[in-house]
Design a protein around this ligand. Structure first.
Ligand SMILES: [Zn+2]
Length: 382
């Protein structure tokens, strides 16, 4: 009586058909059907590459796989009358196992692809990532305002080196070596290799570009020079060792003091608004003669010296005027350094402190905020 089934024989593929009591073609077919169902069932559980590999080795592994056992134990020792049917069914079984392996491999590939899709999926309905692009620094904005005003009345913008020689920073500007004004500009000198021909320093003002421009260009000259300057100042609310200037220079054959004050007055009204007034006071700079200090009527109290709520205006301290910057007619001695004929040409120059101007215009009371890069400050000037 035939009883050889998978369920009641342990490892049937390790036994021969005779040992299993299989003698007819029907019994052979039944054996293979059960084996095939077992393989089908195991294949369905493959969900990871390691389980796939276990399955592959167990069923079609070359040495000890079930397929190899079936060939070895069922086919080879089979009786002559069964051999043909066993060989035939075994071939089908081999193809079937290969199909199962291929399907399982494809299934894993699809799973891996789906996992990658999930990982990399872009959900277009989600809100985007906001990348703030920032804005120009207030100092840069004020530079731009000043450049726009001067360009509109015929000046060009030039820039110069921040590392200068003492000749351009001092001597050619009529500041000889032992001139006391150099004390105000106590300077950062660069450490140079021994034997360097010329000392170098960080420019203390943008004025060296007056010389560099006039060396290159014959009159008429109308330029402004925006840039950074350096002085050995200790940082406090109104001082910084680096700050910003705009140098201005106009030289031609017929420039008068009236052109000079008119230009400055035009600039100040454009910058602060038409209601402000300007005035100048005599002053001293080595490279201008005569030299003046320009004042503007306090833009905060309307030049009254009195705050809106009564009391003294805190910005001008009741003076009604605020110092703006120094300027003057170019000293004829300077023309000598650039081969201009001092008898034929005349002109004016000015040096505007940008930080100070920005503080005045926007009511900022500490110059340090320009350099601290605190976004809470920067955001106020988009
Ligand atoms: Zn005031």
């Amino acid at each position: 009586m035939y009883l050889a089934t998978m369920s009641n024989v342990e490892n049937p593929t390790e036994k021969t058909l005779a040992e299993l009591g299989v003698h007819t073609p029907e019994e052979v077919t039944t054996l293979f059907v059960e084996l095939r169902e077992k393989a089908n069932k195991e294949q369905r559980w493959i969900d990871k590459p390691d389980k796939f590999e276990q399955f592959r080795v167990k069923w079609i592994g070359r040495k000890s796989g079930i397929l190899a056992q079936v060939t070895e134990n069922w086919l080879k020792p089979a009786d002559v009358d069964l051999k043909r049917i066993v060989g035939q069914v075994l071939n089908e079984f081999r193809s079937h196992l290969q199909r199962l392996v291929d399907q399982a491999q494809q299934g894993l590939d699809v799973r891996a692809g789906q996992a990658a899709d999930v990982r990399e999926r872009v959900d277009l309905s989600l809100p985007g990532v906001i990348r703030p692009i920032g804005s120009h620094h207030l100092i840069r904005q004020v530079f731009q305002q000043i450049e726009d005003i001067f360009v509109s009345i015929g000046f060009s913008v030039v820039e110069g080196p921040e590392i200068e020689t003492p000749y351009y920073n001092f001597e050619a500007l009529n500041i000889p070596e032992f001139h006391p004004v150099r004390d105000d500009m106590d300077t950062f000198y660069l450490e140079l290799p021994k034997g360097a021909a010329v000392p170098l320093l960080l420019r203390t003002h943008t004025s060296p570009m007056q010389i560099r421009t006039m060396e290159k260009q014959k009159p008429p000259v109308r330029v402004i020079v925006p840039g950074k300057v350096y002085r050995r100042d200790n940082p406090d609310a109104t001082h910084s060792f680096v700050f910003h200037q705009v140098e201005g220079l106009a030289v031609d054959t017929d420039i008068t003091f009236c052109d000079f004050t008119g230009t400055i007055d035009y600039f100040v009204k454009q910058f602060f608004g038409p209601s402000v007034k300007t005035r100048f006071r005599p002053s001293y700079f080595p490279f201008t003669e005569p030299s003046v200090e320009f004042d503007v009527s306090c833009p905060f109290c309307g030049g009254s010296g009195t705050a809106a709520g009564g009391g003294t205006c805190s910005k001008c301290k009741g003076a009604a005027w605020i110092e703006l910057f120094g300027a003057g007619m170019v000293d004829p001695a300077v023309y000598g350094f650039v081969n201009y004929d001092a008898k034929k040409v005349s002109g004016f120059a000015f040096g505007i402190g940008i930080d100070r101007l920005a503080m005045l215009k926007y009511g900022i009371d500490d110059i340090q905020v320009f350099f601290q890069n605190d976004v809470r400050f920067l955001r106020q000037f988009p």
